[in-house]
Design a protein around this ligand. Sequence first.
Ligand code: UD1
Length: 350
Amino acid sequence: MRVLVTGGNGYIGSHTSLALIEAGHDVVIADSFINSKRTVLPRLEAIAGRSIPLHDIDLTDAAATDRLFADGNFDAVIHFAGLKAVGESVQKPIEYYRNNIDSTLSVVEAMKKHGVGKFVFSSSATVYGEKAPVPYREDFEYLQSSNPYGQTKVMIERILTDTAAAASAATTDDETTPEWRIALLRYFNPVGSHPSGTIGEDPQGIPNNLMPYLSQVAVGRRDHLTIFGNDYPTPDGTCQRDYIHVMDLAAGHVAALNHLDKQTDPVRAYNLGTGNGTSVLELVAAFSQAVGHDLPYQFGARRAGDIAANWADPTRANTELGWQATHTIEQMCEDTWRWQSANPTGFPDA
Ligand code: UD1
């Protein structure tokens, strides 16, 4: 298939673009570079052994998005583009709603106009909200999130569901309205890097998430890790999360895309997680092992909005997509460290 990958220059988008190419798909990337460096693409091309077309485009620009589709001849879209920092979204809700919702509307509108119905959406376990019982299952009622970033994921899932429902019910002679097949992929905690160590996660500024923070401590860019709370009702008092290797996540997108033709529901949600919880202290121990020495940490106060534990029930993705996460926590740490140690300051500036 000829696949448009929005945000394909970013962390998960870049790894997924490679997995798509390896699976025989034709990839076209759209990216605005607001959260990624231009030096990612040449490295992707080096791994892929071929050039990858990339459009420098802001998808909130509906006219430009329409032009992209008019010339694109796409069979499917995987939509990663969007702002993703939880804390920042609380400070800048308008930017988050404007960017994430507008860009998705531009893309979906262009897909409808140009008859492209296959869509894979980059959603998040954050849609389950704070009160859902663990493990999370796709059939839970959710429709809420504690922060604007998460709320954009909830809203976009809703927009896609309504769009597909309207098309199924339509008796219109609107010839371009496609038969929608949409997969909502709810990620747990993506970590790790491509085994080459040449691409990986490169957050701008101070990392919000545990793994990039820890790897910057390991490489000497940060003094120590602060563990947010050690009085949670978990075995060691620190929070448990379902960390998933980005290569497994990328493979999950390929599996979901290839399954769209067989997907009976127009819209279907899938959890992409391992099904296992790992505590912050366990992750610190595994990462220290990968690095070869202990890493400095201190216990601090709980972070607002954190919940004690969550992990996926990935049964649906396992059975329907024939996909399952295979990488261990040790591999996640080793691959992250290979990338970070070879690229202490991330991707070079253009
Ligand atoms: C966070 C977001 C989630 C988003 C996901 C993207 C919040 C509340 N949730 O998930 O919506 O989809 O990132 O990857 O922000 N930790 C520390 N010290 C640190 C950083 C993190 O102890 O410096 C702890 C956290 O308290 C948490 C665990 O590490 O227990 C994982 O944190 P993080 O990597 O930020 O992921 P989530 O909070 O699970």
